[in-house]
Design a protein around this ligand. Sequence first.
Ligand code: BG6
Length: 487
Amino acid sequence: MMTTSGTDGRESRARAFPEGFLWGTATSAYQVEGGAQSDGRGPSVWDTFSHTPGKVRGGDTGDIACDFYHRSEDDLDRLKALGLAAFRFSVSWPRLQAEGRGAVNQRGLDFYRSLVDGLLARAIEPTITLYHWDLPQALEDEGGWAKRDTAERFAEYAEIVAEAIGDVGGMWITVNEPQVVAHEGYRIGMHAPGHRDDALAAAATHHLLLAHGLALPRLRAAMPAARVGITFDMHPVRALGSGAEEAARITEAEQNRIFFDPVVHGRYPAAARGNLLPPSSLVRDGDLELVGAPIDFLGVNYYSPTFVKLVGACGQEAGETSIAGMPGVVAVKPEHLPRTSQGWLVDPEGLYDLLVTVAGEIPPGCPIYVTENGCAAEDYVTPEGEVNDVERIDYLHGHLGAAWRAIQDGVPLAGYFYWSLFDNFEWAWGYQKRFGLVFVDFPTQRRIPKRSATFYSGVARANALPYAPNGATPGRPERVTGELVDA
Ligand code: BG6
């Protein structure tokens, strides 16, 4: 660690990350590509869902999104200019198999071939997600993730991608955030395909995991040099006040462990409630061995923690959200924590806690990557043409500080991907929430790197987090600059 004496007499420190720490940004196909009907792409559940009135804010769809499908060369130059070593993107299954099975659409494959070649030519490591929520609609019509067959089809598709572009090596993520797919897509219907059915969600839970388990050996056989893992959205769950510990334990099992435990420990968590767990009739002999087979890395997406408490004597109060199936327990957002413009809690400490917990359970030698972390902010372009997103810089500073501390405390964290490179189609939020390092003016497709892009690029180039004066973060964004005090 480098230290210097600050001008005010206090010691200042730039916090160096380990050599080789991987700095990247993340995107996903439906959120950025557009080209919804280009070159033989078939419809996905998100095309159907976003075109259904009332499902996405403002009636937005991913038809055009950031038009990345047609602008990727220029965008890769932008990425290169940021000096980041890795780029996470997802492959669109319906672009390769319009109906989720059968013959491969060569034009779709050509796009990803040129994308990975373009990355390698710029010395950027591809990090490839195989499933980031855009299930071919034809498979949903046959039952989607509630059907075992979908997991089999996924494994075939995964092998096709590996055989076509697996020579690039790098990191491969089978499934992104299966918990969100099962919960939002099948249990509460806020995401595609929009079901509200516990039994479908429990079945989807098992089949998403099985998809990962069936794909693993095929991916390994097709590309021995690549590293294969999976990405979970994880939330530290905290009990507020006495008596809420049991509710926190159950919530933690249902939000995190229902996917984490089968992959890491080869079993479903006993603490999750029965109606969320897949029924034994769906779990065949050998399934959990497949799901729990060793992975080469674990991807963790962190945005915010969950707080639960018991309903007080006066009943449920404003700002408290009931939890389905848990009478007397509510989720709350404590006043002392800042929130993003989306209302999500900002709590870097949550990232630290999560990383330490995960590191204590994964097998020795399995590195962790933060495959997503980021925030939506009320970004706008000034008359001078700049986007001064100081909130995002503050968010990054706080979370990277937490990641750095976790590494000092022994967590095998090997990389960090900011979500997202661009403002993009934010699922049910449409284009109203901007997460990008690069501002996108959607009507013109003009890109403007935000101030946070300069900050993050500086961190990545220096492989160190700049010193910020005491109290500068969180909450005092104006004092955090893109300049390194020492490096
Ligand atoms: C993660 C997803 O859940 O969070 C991303 O993997 C997503 O695809 C990001 O965009 C932000 O979430 P949201 O719900 O605001 O779009």
